[in-house]
Design a binder for this molecule. Structure first.
Ligand code: HEM
Length: 499
């Protein structure tokens, strides 16, 4: 039990405390029974034994690396973790089946919606069916519009020039610390949170001011995402549901964090209504034209914060960690982007084939979302012959897929942007071999925006700085969560280039 839970118990009368304990005990007991009957905690197969005893951790740093190892060994590219009721696949034919051909059978499902329900409500990430379709249509109209795209890029370029470059420069000049070191992951998360808040709400949380201030909104949002993701790791959903019912421990903290996010969202909605939303270009104001219910508006916009924050920061962190060890790739990017303080235009950036290849290549090895699960509504058979039972979980695994010899060839573990080029021209990937932005019916709606944002950041930083990871030989350690974040961040040394 958490400290907060213990403290609140202290103030209860003794009888009340007794009933509280009896109730918790009974609840936990029934959860355990239910858990035992639904899952198979006794499975004796090698994978399940290794999972249950955590013996995989003796050979692998991250769970995703162990799954990759198993998926590479599996002739079909599919494995089963029976104790989790989870079929995991890295087989592109299966991925196409799940995300496109038999999409109707593989919704996000209730277990997922329940886990993220308090944070995301009815937002696009968390719903299926009509509500999803409505938001998808509305969001693709907005994110596809030239007005919104150029507005978003204006904001991104402003954040690069006014905050990102000055911060990097003062680090490179030793004004921040003599070692010229910073945590690049932290800087990029601040950068992308400022951007996505401005794009979504028209609000500037100023996370990347020179003092690197604490932002209550960013902290609350991080905590809420982390605690929501941790719900998925409890032995049974009944455990977190009981804690939520009793308002104790992590569930109490989650509720408090969500309240901070809600208060900001509701203030924004109120302000936008008072100011008149018609002339505003942020997503919230645009959605207000079609949605009147404030709770629904809040849900829609909070999903965008989640969509655009850590994904971009995580992808850029992975990119710079690989680039730091590949001076020849860095040199080729510099050659392509050329010198100059002005950021290239949208059209110029699209013509930078090598840059585009390098960004896709880094996300192949370090996708922001390492795996994604669906829940089957009916019994099904995947193209590789795997039987999927109604109600069971099916996971496709972009992290493992990026490391499959069967997809990328024997040099699949090397960072080699050239693999994306034919006669110097970037060739887009087959989305089912590379589901980094998901693929098929629910493919990411912010893909083009995210790629343009990433290219602009890379051009700006690579021209002016050499960014070197402080401990290049240390393999990545990921924090469990919705997106891939590095434990301990990414400490880098920043050197100013004399151009
Ligand atoms: C490198 C950056 C990004 C990556 C790797 C990425 C990846 C993904 C993935 C894997 C999904 C599917 C998630 C799921 O269904 O559980 C997704 C969905 C989505 N993404 Fe992105 N994303 C990125 C940036 C963005 C940005 C910047 C935005 C918006 C401003 C955005 C908007 C969305 C939306 C609205 C969906 C939901 C689509 C649906 O369910 O129909 N994404 N993204």
């Amino acid at each position: 039990m958490s400290f907060e839970g213990f403290l609140s118990l202290q103030s209860m009368p003794a009888t009340c405390g007794f009933f509280f304990f009896a109730f918790t005990l009974l609840f936990s007991f029934f959860s355990l029974l239910l858990f035992i009957s639904r899952m198979k905690p006794w499975c004796n197969c090698d994978i399940c034994k290794s999972y249950l005893t955590v013996s995989w951790a003796t050979k692998f740093t991250n769970l995703c690396d162990w799954y990759t190892h198993l998926l590479r060994k599996s002739p079909s590219g599919t494995i089963h973790v029976h104790v989790l009721g989870n079929t995991i696949t890295a087989n592109p034919d299966n991925v196409e089946h799940i995300l496109k051909t038999n999409f109707q059978n593989y919704p996000k499902g209730k277990p997922f919606s329940a886990i993220l329900g308090d944070l995301l409500g009815q937002g696009i990430f968390n719903v299926d069916g009509d509500s999803w379709l409505f938001q998808r249509k509305m969001a693709s109209l907005e994110l596809g519009s030239v007005a919104i795209r150029s507005y978003a890029m204006e904001l991104v370029n402003e954040e690069i020039h006014a905050r990102l470059l000055p911060f990097m420069l003062s680090t490179a000049r030793g004004e921040m610390n003599k070692e010229k070191v910073l945590d690049l992951q932290d800087i990029l998360r601040r950068f992308s949170f400022d951007n996505i808040c401005k794009i979504s709400f028209g609000l500037d949380p100023r996370c990347l001011l020179p003092t690197l201030p604490v932002s209550n909104l960013a902290d609350a949002f991080d905590l809420a995402s982390k605690l929501s993701a941790e719900r998925a790791m409890t032995a049974s959903p009944f455990i977190w549901k009981a804690k939520r019912l009793l308002g104790i421990g992590s569930e109490k903290r989650l509720k408090e964090a969500i309240k901070v996010v809600n208060d900001v969202a509701h203030d924004m909605i109120k302000q936008r209504r008072e100011m008149g939303f018609n002339s505003q270009k942020n997503l919230l104001s645009r959605f207000m034209g079609s949605v009147e219910d404030d709770a629904y508006l809040r849900d829609i916009v909070v999903s965008f914060l989640l969509a655009g924050r850590d994904t971009v920061a995580s992808a850029l962190t992975g990119f710079f960690s690989l680039l730091s060890k590949s001076p020849e790739v860095e040199a080729r990017i510099r050659e392509e982007v050329g010198p100059g303080p002005e950021l290239p235009t949208f059209d110029q950036i699209r013509e930078m084939h090598y840059l585009n290849a390098a960004i896709h290549e880094s996300m192949r090895l370090f996708p922001s979302i390492q795996f994604d699960s669906k829940f089957a509504t009916e019994d099904d058979v995947l193209p590789d012959g795997t039987f999927v039972r109604k109600g069971s979980r099916v996971t496709y695994h972009p992290y493992a897929m990026g490391r499959m010899e069967s997809i990328w060839g024997p040099d699949c573990l090397q960072f080699r942007p050239e693999r994306w080029l034919r006669d110097g021209v970037f060739v887009p990937p087959c989305p089912f071999k590379y589901p980094v932005f998901q693929a098929g019916v629910r493919v990411c709606l912010g893909k083009d925006l995210a790629l343009t944002e990433m290219r602009s950041v890379v051009v700006a930083l690579v021209r002016q700085f050499e960014i070197r990871v402080v401990e290049p030989d240390q393999g990545p350690r990921f924090v469990p969560g919705l997106t891939a974040n590095l434990r301990g961040g990414l400490p880098v040394r920043v050197l100013e280039r004399k151009c």
